[in-house]
Design a protein around this ligand. Structure first.
Ligand code: GLN
Length: 271
C-alpha cells in the first residue's frame, strides 16, 4: 500500500449554483476513492464572495465546477470572469487539473447565448462558443438534448500513460446529458471523445466535450465520475502528480465490481 501520498485538494466552484443532476456526486466520488487509498483529501468550496488570488491556486490541485440552469449561470458568470478567471486560467495553463460539466464547460469558451437570448461572455480560455436555440427557434428538431449518452474516448487520452495504467474499463465514458446549448469547437481543439449514442456537443458533428492539457469539459452528468471510475482515478492520479512520485506509478486497486457493473449497465440504458 502506498503511504504518504500527497494531499488531494479540490477547489469546488459555486456548489450552491452549479450542481445539476447529481454533479456534487463527482466531488463525493473523488473524496471516497482518494480516502480508500489513504490519500488525504480537502474540499474547499468557492462561492460568489470568496476572494481568490494566485496563492490560493497553489493550495489546490484539482478544480471542479458542475452544470447549472441558465438562470444560475447568469448569477455567477460575471464573478467567474472578473474575480476568478485570470488565476484559474493560469492554473489550467500550468497543467492544473480541471473538470467542468455542462453549464461550467460552456463558460470556458468565448460565449454562451442562452435560451433567453442573453449572451453570457465566457472566459475565452478555449476557442469554442455555445448557442441555445431561442424559444422562437424551438421546434422538434431544435429542442433540448436529453438522454443517456455513450462516448468513445479520444485515443490521445486513452493512450496517455497515466490514463492507460488506471483504465480497467475500456474506451468509453457513459453519462446523462440535458442541455439546450450547442457547443461548436474550433478545428484546433480536441474533443474528449465522439458520441456513440445521443448527442454531446451539438447536433451537427459527433464531438463530445473538450480536452486541453489537464482541462476537461464535458456534457456528461450522471454523475460522471460515479459511472466512470477509470476517469475518477485518472483525475486523482494526475492531481497528485503520481507520475513524478517515487515508487507510485499507479493508485492502489480495490474491488470495484459493483462500480464496474454500473458502468457496463449504463451502456445498455435506453434513451
Ligand atoms: N443551461 C445550460 C444549457 O441548457 C447548461 C445546462 C446544464 O448544465 N445541464 O445548455
Amino acid at each position: 500500500m502506498n503511504t504518504n501520498l500527497p494531499k488531494l485538494k479540490i477547489g469546488w466552484f459555486y456548489p450552491k449554483y452549479l450542481n445539476l443532476y447529481g454533479d456534487r456526486g463527482n466531488v463525493e466520488i473523488l473524496v471516497a476513492r482518494a480516502k480508500l487509498r489513504n490519500i488525504p483529501v480537502e474540499v474547499i468550496e468557492i462561492d460568489l464572495d470568496t476572494k481568490l488570488d494566485a496563492a490560493f491556486f497553489k493550495e489546490i490541485n484539482l478544480v471542479f465546477m458542475g452544470g447549472g440552469p441558465d438562470l444560475d449561470q447568469q448569477k455567477i458568470y460575471l464573478d467567474f470572469l472578473e474575480n476568478k478567471g485570470n488565476h484559474l486560467m493560469e492554473f489550467l495553463n500550468n497543467f492544473g487539473v480541471g473538470l467542468f460539466i455542462c453549464g461550467s464547460y460552456q463558460l470556458l469558451g468565448k460565449y454562451y447565448k442562452d435560451a433567453y437570448e442573453k449572451i453570457l461572455e465566457g472566459l475565452g480560455f478555449l476557442d469554442f462558443y455555445t448557442e441555445s436555440p431561442s424559444s422562437s427557434e424551438k421546434t422538434k428538431s431544435k429542442s433540448r438534448m436529453i438522454g443517456n449518452i455513450i462516448v468513445e474516448v479520444n485515443s490521445l487520452l486513452l493512450n496517455e500513460p497515466v490514463f492507460r495504467s488506471h483504465n480497467k474499463l475500456g474506451n468509453t465514458f457513459v453519462g446523462f446529458e440535458n442541455h439546450g446549448g450547442r457547443t461548436y469547437l474550433s478545428k484546433d481543439l480536441i474533443p474528449l471523445g465522439l458520441t456513440k449514442k445521443n448527442q454531446g456537443n451539438n447536433d451537427l458533428d459527433l464531438t463530445e466535450g473538450v480536452f486541453y492539457k489537464n482541462t476537461f469539459g464535458t456534457y456528461l452528468h450522471g454523475p460522471l465520475l460515479a459511472r466512470n471510475p477509470h476517469f475518477a482515478d485518472y483525475l486523482i492520479a494526475k492531481s497528485i502528480k503520481i507520475e513524478s512520485l517515487p515508487h507510485s506509478a499507479e493508485l492502489e486497486k480495490f474491488d470495484t465490481s459493483v462500480i464496474v457493473s454500473a458502468h457496463e449497465k449504463s451502456k445498455k440504458l435506453k434513451r
